[in-house]
Design a protein around this ligand. Structure first.
Ligand SMILES: Nc1ncnc2c1ncn2[C@@H]1O[C@H](COP(=O)(O)OP(=O)(O)OP(=O)(O)O)[C@@H](O)[C@H]1O
Ligand SMILES: [Mg+2]
Length: 506
């Protein structure tokens, strides 16, 4: 057994120590049942996250402990639970059954299959609430999690075990980035462990989730993916529990030394679900009417993203939470909270999306605080230059709008910037291997596109990739190897580009 298991077992024992035989004392009385949330008295030793049972086979989970009552969210409809009913604690934390059988399945946060494909074999109960691994069990993020999205892998690289927020207004391609990242895990490099993906859908339309599942199947990405869904028509309780169910399943695989990616789409709706539960409980509301502990709730969830060290099996959980903003306002309560909890953010912007820059990533406002350490040396050698030049281009572009006269150097910088942002465009569902990303970026930063009209840039790139796949296989292999570009590789890049330009026709 790995050390992390030891520690987890110890914590569970400590928690169990606080509980006691339910038959003796741990019985309380229902005071109120409001829309799926019950207030009960007499459960003086209940734990947060503990499973409780009502008569008539109904169950619930402890949400909050107050001075002389506890609040319980119901897992069923709970319509017949009424004042005066008995409720008792079980000494067990709410958990979800996890096993390899979950791969390729769609379930709800209680583990109930939603795909009509029969029962899931349970092997291990994983608690929904758990204390995250401590610092001594972790190691710094050092392995890349490649999204296949050029703009991200080059300038906002993500590492396994990192928490990277995807943030932006409605309909700007937040989900698209997450789904492309899942699809990209299909073609992992030989030297990297495959990644198991968990997509947690919170408060979305059922049809949207069905489309995502269909797309994952179509792209052969579903065999290593699990979808946990609590859709918009589902009870707030289920929507509230969904991300915990997702991370609990992720922990099952991580304990086996696997690398897992969890996507929470999205935590804005999760916060709404929690606000709804809390309003029913008449708990004092804080900023924007959210209960004050929403920050703590999200930080506890995201803290469970981790890169374990070798001694503890070396597994990891990478988290990509998604947050929806209103009119690009990242200073609202929930966005600022989650920005401060994560290791960086990918910021999507409406005006970029509208002028056709898709993915609509605002490179200036986006950052990845830990992923750089995990980026391959080959990518690092080409991307630094681009980030800098792109930033210069954006500021020049704003300046050039005033129509002032520009000198030749500035003009050429502008032209290059246009080509750079053109090459960073990438269609949905087409994640790209790192070798081709490097080839594109190298070509544009080394001036090979200067004489190509902007409207031909995308075709140039496409044809260049086709050309390289047949005429420069060796080069692509070297680039995929991840080593820093040496003279020989640079020469090979140069030759490939020169040869290709001879055959490329406008
Ligand atoms: N890279 C891309 N290229 C072209 N179109 C894209 C790209 N990414 C996303 N889109 C399109 O933009 C639209 C919105 O994408 P998506 O649903 O991923 O956004 P979202 O931010 O998750 O939206 P919501 O807020 O509704 O969840 C979709 O029609 C999608 O096809
Ligand atoms: Mg979405």
């Amino acid at each position: 057994m790995t050390k992390s298991n030891d520690i987890i077992e110890r914590l569970e024992k400590q928690l169990a120590h606080f509980s006691f035989d339910p038959k003796t004392e741990n019985i309380g009385t229902v005071e109120k049942n409001n829309d799926g949330v019950v207030i009960a008295s007499g459960l003086s030793r209940a734990m947060i996250g503990e499973l409780v049972m009502f008569t008539k086979d109904e169950s619930g989970v402890v949400l909050n402990l107050d001075e002389d009552s506890v609040s319980i969210i119901l897992l069923g409809s709970g319509d017949d639970i009424k004042e005066g009913d008995t409720v008792k604690t079980t000494g067990k934390l709410l958990s979800i059954g996890a096993s390899e059988d979950l791969l390729g399945r769609v379930i709800n946060p209680q583990g109930v299959p939603l795909d009509g494909k029969g029962k899931i074999k349970k092997t291990k109960d994983m608690p929904l609430e758990r204390i995250a691994a401590g610092v001594v069990e972790r190691e710094p993020v050092n392995i890349p999690l490649k999204t296949g999205v050029k703009a991200i892998d080059s300038m906002i690289p993500i590492g396994r075990g990192q928490r990277e927020l995807i943030i932006g207004d409605r309909g700007l391609g937040k989900t698209a980035i997450a789904i492309d990242t899942i699809i990209n895990q299909k073609s992992y490099h030989k030297s990297l462990k495959p990644v198991i993906c968990i997509y947690v859908a919170i408060g979305q339309k059922q049809s949207t989730v069905a489309q995502i599942v269909a797309k994952l199947k179509e792209t052969d990405a579903f065999s290593y993916t699990i979808v946990v869904a609590a859709n918009a028509p589902d009870a707030a309780t289920l929507q509230y529990l969904a991300p915990y169910a997702g991370v609990a399943i992720a922990e099952y695989f991580m304990e086996k030394g696997e690398d897992v990616l969890v996507i929470y789409d999205d935590l804005t709706k999760h916060a709404w679900a929690y606000r709804q539960l809390s309003l029913v409980l008449r708990r004092p509301a804080g900023r924007e009417a959210y209960p004050g502990d929403i920050f703590y709730l999200h930080s506890r969830l995201l803290e469970r993203a981790v890169k374990l060290n070798k001694k503890n099996g070396g597994g990891s959980i990478t988290a990509l939470p998604i947050i929806e903003t209103q009119a690009g306002d990242i200073s609202a309560y929930i966005p600022t909270n989650v920005i401060s909890i994560t290791d960086g953010q990918i910021f999507l912007q409406g005006d970029l999306f509208n002028i056709g820059i898709r993915p609509a990533i605002n490179v200036g406002n986006s950052v990845s605080r830990v992923g750089g350490a995990a980026q391959t040396d080959s990518m690092k050698s080409v991307s630094g230059k681009m980030r800098l030049e792109l930033a210069q281009y954006r500021s020049l572009e704003a300046f050039a709008q005033f129509g002032s006269e520009l000198d030749a150097a500035t003009l050429s910088q502008l032209e290059k910037g246009k080509r750079m942002s053109e090459i960073l465009k990438q269609p949905q569902y087409q994640p790209m291997p790192e070798s081709l990303q490097i080839l594109s970026i190298w070509a544009v930063t080394n001036n090979y596109l200067d004489d190509i009209e902007v409207q031909h840039v995308q075709r140039f790139e496409k044809e260049l990739h086709e050309y390289a796949k047949t005429h420069a296989k060796k080069l692509l292999e070297v680039l995929d190897g991840g080593e820093k570009l040496n003279d020989q590789t640079s020469k090979l890049l140069k030759k490939t580009l020169e040869d290709f330009k001879k055959v490329f026709t406008i």
